[in-house]
Ligand binder design. Structure first.
Ligand SMILES: *Cc1c(COP(=O)(O)O)cnc(C)c1O
Length: 344
């Protein structure tokens, strides 16, 4: 790996971050706060939230097994994705490499930040080779994007190839594990302790059932997390989000139950798809969705919309011709979908 200073944009490395009132005060017991121009009325919403979300990070540390100092919290994973560009990539000059197809936000954020995006096609099994990704890199490649389990394909990527990429790339590897709770394999986030150039993304939006509160996280070395904290908006996670996240984190068994039900339903729905005459192939998945190759994806998609059921048409995505992406819903919802498809 190159030195972090060499990978980081110069203006960010030299940045003096905004110092908030609550930043400057710390330690002493205090009971009167006249430092932040807040209104003394309308508690608790009158007060600025903790800029570093330490209570929430302590709770996440217990569940994720990652120390608080190695956690950044963002307004969804989207913030962690966008900030990665703003920290590491010089517009017009640097580039990033990513597997293709994958989650659309990596490219959108590259375009917003005016960074060249280099997609590298997966093979027909939706797997990748580290050598191919590395061959697309040059001295201006700052980030390699890997998503596992991948969206929209659903599958886990080969662990040996992921590690090979991390070990041989001299820049930052970002591994998005948004769906790892739905996989039977162990997540790789613990590898941030071993590899200083690895950032792992997680989200509260999927297994934790909290897409509405917008809370995503990045796990990485303390040095990388410090860069994230320097660049983020001072109060990027609002108090409502922090409170609701604390609530859901109190009940990890509820989440485990949801995940188990969803995995059971997934097996059932996939089996039913295999026996549909209009379905040509069901791809293996480690996520709360799966990809199905249909006889005519667009026509089936339109038909489902007319019955009030929305799935995701991925027909135009590379390697996903005629594929629909089906999210696993409640049992009753899945049954309605299957009944509609049997009547097609
Ligand atoms: C859904 C999803 C996310 C979650 O994004 P949030 O902004 O946290 O809601 C992240 N990565 C992938 C690959 C996803 O599919």
């Amino acid at each position: 790996m190159k030195e972090l200073q060499e990978l980081c944009r110069k203006n960010i490395w030299n940045l003096a971050p905004y110092s908030s009132a609550r930043n400057e005060y710390s330690g002493h017991e205090a009971h009167i706060f006249l430092d932040a121009n807040e209104n003394p009325y309308n508690s608790p919403y009158n007060r600025y939230p903790d800029p570093l979300q330490l209570e929430l990070k302590a709770a996440l540390c217990r569940i994720k097994g990652i120390p608080s100092e190695n956690i950044f919290l963002g307004n969804g994973s989207d913030e962690a994705i966008d900030l990665a560009y703003r920290i590491f990539c010089n517009p017009h000059l640097d580039n990033v490499v990513a597997i293709e197809p994958t989650y659309g936000m990596y490219k959108v954020c590259a375009d917003i930040n005016d960074i060249e995006y280099r997609p590298v096609l997966l093979d027909e099994n939706f797997q990748f080779q580290a050598n191919k990704l590395l061959a697309a890199c040059d001295e201006h490649t700052k980030i390699v994007w890997i998503c596992s389990p991948n969206n929209p394909t659903g599958n886990l990527l080969n662990k040996e190839e992921i590690i090979k990429t991390i070990e041989h790339f001299d820049g930052i590897v970002i591994l998005d594990e948004a769906y790892s709770d739905f996989s039977n394999e162990k997540p790789l986030r613990g590898l941030i302790q071993k590899y200083q150039n690895l950032i792992v993304l997680n989200t509260m939006s999927k297994a934790w059932g909290c897409a509405a509160i917008r809370l995503g996280m990045a796990f990485a070395s303390k040095e990388i997390i410090d860069l994230y904290n320097k660049v983020k908006y001072p109060y990027n996670i609002n108090i409502l989000t922090q409170k609701q996240a604390m609530e859901i984190l109190k009940d990890p068994y509820q989440v485990e139950k949801w995940v188990n039900i969803i995995k059971q339903e997934r097996a059932h729905v996939m089996e039913a798809f295999r026996s549909l005459p209009i379905c040509e192939k069901v791809f293996r998945t480690d996520s709360n969705f799966f990809l199905a190759k249909m006889k005519d994806a667009q026509a089936i998609y339109n038909y489902l919309v007319n019955t009030g059921i929305i799935v995701r048409n991925r027909d135009k995505v590379k390697l996903c011709g005629n594929c629909l992406r089906i999210t696993i819903g409640k049992k009753s919802e899945n049954e309605e979908l299957l009944a509609a498809l049997r009547q097609y």
